[in-house]
Ligand binder design. Structure first.
Ligand SMILES: Cc1ncc(COP(=O)(O)O)c(C=O)c1O
Length: 433
């Protein structure tokens, strides 16, 4: 018989800091509330997932591969042909007017690309290789809340880059912020800048070329030539496909010359979320090597089979076909939710929002002084009406305003979105008295 008393594991800093992700709470509430319509989850449209393509792709892979290599471990950086196809796609998006692709540029981008378990893993690798607890990362305002959780989990401090009243990057204010940070002796701890640039989660906004170039100039002028992370998770989900190409990514604009750059993208939202394949493109050899070494410790290569399916999707044109379906579906869903909010009178209750031109989210600002947090009267009123949203306060690196909300139109049908929107407005009306 073992007479040793049970002992408790002693955790590392990461283990101690780790809290349940906000999404767990949202999912739990959704499960525990019968009849609830959730506008919270960032999931994709179920009915349009490419089921037929995937079964055909599996058959095609089985027929063509004589050594079933796709069922074997792959390489740490991922499948070369998939990386090549992604590199060619990115080069085309960044320079849409170029008719003859520059092969040497595409090859360089391929070499800079590494496949990951969703782009989420690339974000984690980036911060893990750059930051110690106590370090600082500049983030957009509002920002992707799972990235903010990741920073907290690693003990890293998020500082929001200032925005003006229209939520555009406020470059003079950013310059003052950086100069003040330097004056306080914090420059050594400032390790990276992160932003979601296209049809953002949560704001739905796309950063303009002027904003991005202004950001590069401001960082340079203040002596902050630091690693820059562009999260382009929703770039492919612009309702007008040309919109993904209207603003070049950081790898396609020479203003970023000299900065260590990481561009992250994903094939989850634009194709099949469950395959969980994303990628990072990092031309900086040292940073990329460090990330790949750590990736080797995580998993020494993302799922080869899922990558092989996506390689097939890119090379056969199935990704583009799927995207044209998704763009139609999501713009219809956006319209359904927006139209309900308007017709039910939300704007008259002091709420405002911008119509996003892509992505999965409406970002709403409520009347000044309203509290939309998890434990607020407003949140309870929404649950009583049978609708759930993401409290906007989760999406701020610091100083969260209390009155913002993220609504996702990815999952529900247009009819269910109309009902969910009506419920949301009923709750807003109750709170307004
Ligand atoms: C802005 C943003 N970046 C990255 C991700 C990660 O996506 P994935 O890991 O599925 O590629 C998401 C997912 O919701 C996101 O919204």
């Amino acid at each position: 018989m073992n007479s040793n008393p049970p002992s408790e594991a002693v955790f590392s800093g990461i283990g101690r800091r780790a809290g349940p992700p906000a999404i767990t709470k949202l999912m739990q509430v959704a499960l525990e509330t019968p009849g609830l319509l959730s506008l919270a989850a960032g999931f994709t449209d179920n009915s349009s997932l490419p089921v037929t393509f995937i079964s055909e792709a599996v058959r095609a892979l089985g027929a063509s591969a004589n050594d079933a290599e796709h069922l074997q471990y792959g390489t740490n950086a991922g499948r070369p042909a998939l990386r090549m196809a992604l590199a060619a796609r990115l080069a085309g998006q960044d320079a849409p007017s170029v008719t003859t692709p520059d092969q040497s540029r595409i090859t360089a981008l391929r070499d800079a690309t590494f496949m990951t378990n969703g782009s989420q893993q690339a974000l984690y690798l980036a911060i893990q290789t750059l930051c110690e607890p106590g370090d600082i990362v500049l983030v957009d305002r509002p920002s992707y809340f799972v990235f903010l959780e990741l920073l907290r989990g690693l003990g890293v401090e998020a500082r929001s880059m200032p925005v003006d009243k229209d939520e555009n990057l406020d470059l003079p204010a950013l310059k003052s912020q950086l100069n003040a940070l330097i004056a306080r002796g914090e420059r050594e701890r400032l390790k990276a800048v992160y932003f979601v640039s296209y049809f953002s989660n949560p704001s739905g906004r796309t950063l303009t070329t002027e904003e991005k170039q202004g950001l590069a100039a401001t960082l340079r002028e203040t002596g902050c030539v630091i690693p820059v992370m562009e999260d382009a998770a929703y770039r492919e989900l612009g309702f007008d496909p040309a919109s993904a190409n209207a603003v070049p990514g950081i790898l396609g604009d020479e203003v970023w010359e000299g900065f260590p750059l990481l561009y992250t993208g994903t094939l989850t939202k634009p194709f099949a979320t469950g395959l969980k394949v994303g990628y990072g493109v990092c031309p900086d050899t040292r940073w990329r090597s460090a990330m790949l070494h750590v990736k080797g410790h995580h998993d020494f290569g993302s799922g080869n089979f899922a990558q092989a399916i996506l390689e097939h999707a890119l090379l056969t044109g199935a990704l583009d076909q799927q995207l044209s379906v998704l763009r139609r579906i999501y713009s219809k869903k956006r319209d359904a939710l927006h139209a309900t909010l308007i017709s039910a009178g939300l704007a008259d209750l002091g709420w405002s929002w911008r119509l996003p031109q892509g992505g999965l989210y409406l970002w709403l600002k409520g009347p000044a002084g309203l509290d939309t947090g998890f434990d607020s009267t407003f949140c309870r009123a929404c649950l009583a009406e049978g609708v759930l949203y993401v409290p906007g306060e989760l999406c701020f690196g610091d100083n969260p305003p209390g009155n913002t909300v993220r609504l996702s139109y990815g999952v529900l049908s247009p009819e269910a979105l109309a009902e969910a929107g009506a419920r949301f407005v009923r709750a807003a009306r109750k709170i307004n008295g």
